[in-house]
Write a protein that binds this ligand. Structure first.
Ligand SMILES: [Zn+2]
Length: 304
């Protein structure tokens, strides 16, 4: 817009000073070329790959999730994930995005899921609704801007702390976890590898933090171990494909849904038989207790 305005002014000035018709045409052509250049650049700028269709009712799925970043180790983690062909989900703090914009853009382009973990990691249940809204919206905006337009659709409340009011204000599905590696507490690569490899079950969501060097260092072996156990790595949205995720409801894993399978030919439809997507088994609790493996901390701990 600005270039165009300047072009018009320049063309006007050229006319006033008695310049030839050719000059005016040249000025306009330069403006058009600038606009064309912009368009070509936009067409050439890469966009995220389309979501994959993976049926987690048929293959053994697990979702790696990384919280509290992006940080200084996130780019190295992306290298590992790229090398191993693994897509993960990043629950990011808005306040960390500004200094790692390139990393966030890269995440999007390499097929990872970008998700919201608040702006500054407060316990959302202790904030006013306006403050909760601000934590969410600022983070949505900074991720969108850094990534080239990706709008997160999932949120993980810090410490897993939420309630009905907070869930309503957030207005997105709230994603918790089924395996808490406690990587932030032990900072021990061997332990991270052991827990991260042995504990996940089909449909699980594993919680790591990419702000810790030890956690990032453990990932090549965790990936290797889980691949040997037959897992396919999916983003959280891919994990829940075919299931309905409701805003404000918490989810910590994809559970098996036998009723989602059509009944054998000729048999009567079961009570759960339906053509609509099966519910995604929300975590039956609105307390701050995120998952069975994670007791409620007396004071906020960095888990989640
Ligand atoms: Zn966190």
């Amino acid at each position: 817009m600005r270039i165009r305005k300047i072009t018009v002014i320049a063309a006007g000035l050229l006319l006033l000073t008695g310049c030839s018709h050719t000059d005016k045409r040249q000025a306009r052509t330069a403006g058009q070329q600038a606009a064309l250049g912009k368009k070509t650049q936009a067409a050439r700028s890469p966009s995220p790959p389309p979501p994959r269709k993976i049926d987690c009712d048929r293959v053994k799925c697990v979702a790696l999730t990384f919280d509290d970043g992006p940080g200084p180790y996130t780019a190295g983690l992306l290298d590992t994930l790229k090398k191993d062909g693994v897509r993960a989900t990043f629950f990011m703090l808005g306040q960390n995005v500004g200094s790692h914009r390139d990393v966030v853009r890269r995440m999007a382009l390499e097929g990872h899921e970008l998700a919201n973990h608040s702006w500054s990691h407060p316990q959302l249940t202790s904030l006013s609704s306006a403050e909760v809204r601000s934590q969410i919206e600022r983070t949505q905006k900074v991720i969108r801007d850094a990534s080239g337009g990706v709008q997160p659709t999932l949120m993980r409340p810090p410490y897993g702390a939420t309630n009905k009011r907070v869930g309503r204000v957030i207005g997105m599905p709230l994603i918790l976890w089924s395996v808490d590696t406690l990587d932030w507490r032990y900072r021990d690569v061997a332990r991270d590898v052991r827990v991260g490899t042995k504990e996940p079950k089909n449909g699980g969501i594993i919680l790591f933090h990419d702000i810790h060097k030890t956690s990032v260092e453990s990932i090549p072996k965790v990936v290797d171990g889980l691949k040997k156990r037959g897992f396919t790595f999916v983003t959280v949205s891919e994990l829940f494909q075919g299931r309905e995720l409701k805003p404000g409801t918490t989810y910590s894993e994809r559970t098996a849904q036998v009723t989602a399978e059509p009944p054998p030919y000729g048999s009567p439809a079961g009570p759960g038989a339906s053509s609509s997507p099966a519910p995604a088994s929300p975590t039956p609790s609105t307390s701050a207790n995120p998952a069975p493996s994670s007791p409620v901390p007396a004071s906020p701990a960095p888990t989640g």
